[in-house]
Ligand binder design. Structure first.
Ligand SMILES: Nc1ncnc2c1ncn2[C@@H]1O[C@H](COP(=O)(O)OP(=O)(O)OP(=O)(O)O)[C@@H](O)[C@H]1O
Ligand SMILES: [Mg+2]
Length: 351
């Protein structure tokens, strides 16, 4: 096989087969991308080159068999137009040729209902009320799906604490999210009531409600513990740790851990998260290290349905999963059309 033919055949392979060929031949091949792997395989000495060609033929034979099977399966799918899969799809110039966009599966159903809902009077959910009530005498962990209304709990808790002239600290793991919350809280409580402290900004640090990144709070608590600065610890009534699943982050988790440990005893802790796997363990730990009880509020139902769609580079839009709505903690399976497009994407590399 000449150099160009071999290059084309290698580029047409999914990258996992290139890794298979590189195993034992290229040092740390698993760190390399497709282009680099192909370059290095093409640079093998002649004796290894023969072995590579034999391996390539074997892989192609197995793949042809598998693709034929896949093609037969997708042809049997209802309402889905399936262009025939081609094993060699690069044009002579090496540009991928996707062909015209395929008519998609019936998307109407999955897109239905997306938009701004009709205005309705706001009624807090029972789990939201429960969380706010418990904060009067306990720390609270709220574990509820994305978009379910954890911010409402935070806002009510802030109002409660501010009515008692307490200082409130709200932390998020990201400067961008802290900036957004700063704007949101400023609109709600007034600019004189809200301050922000991040690595980039320091505004209105004497305000009763302070928004910051968790790292900044941890550092302030360190300094306060060594008596260096006045964080108004004696008036601190509430500390909200949003996105508190970061506690489990291998690198940054220690920041959340230290913040919780250093949090003054009289302040309530409110931990908000959509994705803590074991909130009960966390509640027990909080209870063990803090002098007040910790109440866990768990809410599993998604108020905002979550749906997945896959946009193929051709512009074709298809459902990502077989089930229309993605439910918390449920296993899901890719939609057959998405699987077919994934397979096609693997065959047609971008170069
Ligand atoms: N009880 C409720 N009834 C109807 N809508 C609500 C209720 N509580 C909150 N919402 C609305 O739900 C939307 C999402 O709320 P919010 O931003 O608080 O979600 P979240 O739980 O913090 O999600 P995330 O995990 O993504 O941060 C907001 O528009 C909010 O106004
Ligand atoms: Mg939120």
């Amino acid at each position: 096989m000449n150099h160009d033919d071999l290059k084309l055949e290698l580029l047409n392979l999914p990258v996992k087969y290139l890794h298979q060929m590189a195993r034992g031949r290229i040092h740390r091949h698993f760190r390399l991308g497709k282009q680099r792997l192909v370059e290095l395989i093409l640079a093998f000495p002649p004796d290894q080159r023969l072995a590579i060609e034999a391996e390539l033929q074997q892989i192609q034979k197995t793949r042809q068999e598998r693709l034929a099977l896949q093609e037969a399966r997708s042809a049997a799918l209802p309402k889905i137009s399936s262009p025939p899969l081609r094993s060699k799809v690069l044009s002579p110039k090496g540009k991928p040729n996707f062909g015209p966009p395929q008519p998609s599966v019936n998307l109407q159903q999955i897109l239905e209902g997306i938009g701004v809902p009709e205005p309705m009077p706001f009624v807090p959910d029972p789990w939201q009320t429960e969380a706010v009530e418990y904060l009067a005498h306990s720390d609270v962990i709220v574990s509820a799906p994305t978009g379910s209304g954890k911010t409402y709990v935070a806002i009510q808790a802030i109002k409660q604490a501010m009515a008692l002239n307490q200082t409130v600290i709200y932390t998020s793991p990201l400067k961008a999210l802290s900036n957004t919350k700063f704007m949101e809280f400023t609109q709600l409580f007034g600019s004189d009531q809200v301050g922000i402290l991040t690595g980039d900004r320091r505004d209105n640090a004497q305000a009763p409600l302070l928004v910051m990144t968790t790292e900044i709070l941890r550092n302030l608590l360190y300094d306060a513990a060594s008596g260096e600065i006045d964080l108004r610890l004696h008036t601190l009534g509430l500390v909200i740790l949003d996105e508190s699943q970061y506690l489990a982050d291998p690198e940054r988790g220690v920041v959340w851990e230290e913040t919780i440990i250093l949090c003054p005893a009289q302040a309530r802790l409110l931990l908000l998260s959509a994705s803590i796997g074991n909130p009960q363990d966390l509640a027990e730990w909080l209870q063990a290290i803090r002098p007040i009880p910790c109440h866990l509020v768990r809410h599993a139902k998604r108020s905002v349905p979550l749906r997945g769609l896959y946009l193929h580079p051709t512009g074709q839009l298809v459902p990502l999963f077989r089930n229309q709505d993605i439910h918390q903690g449920k296993g899901y399976h890719f939609h057959p059309e998405t699987k077919r497009l994934f397979a096609e994407y693997e065959i047609k590399p971008f170069i």
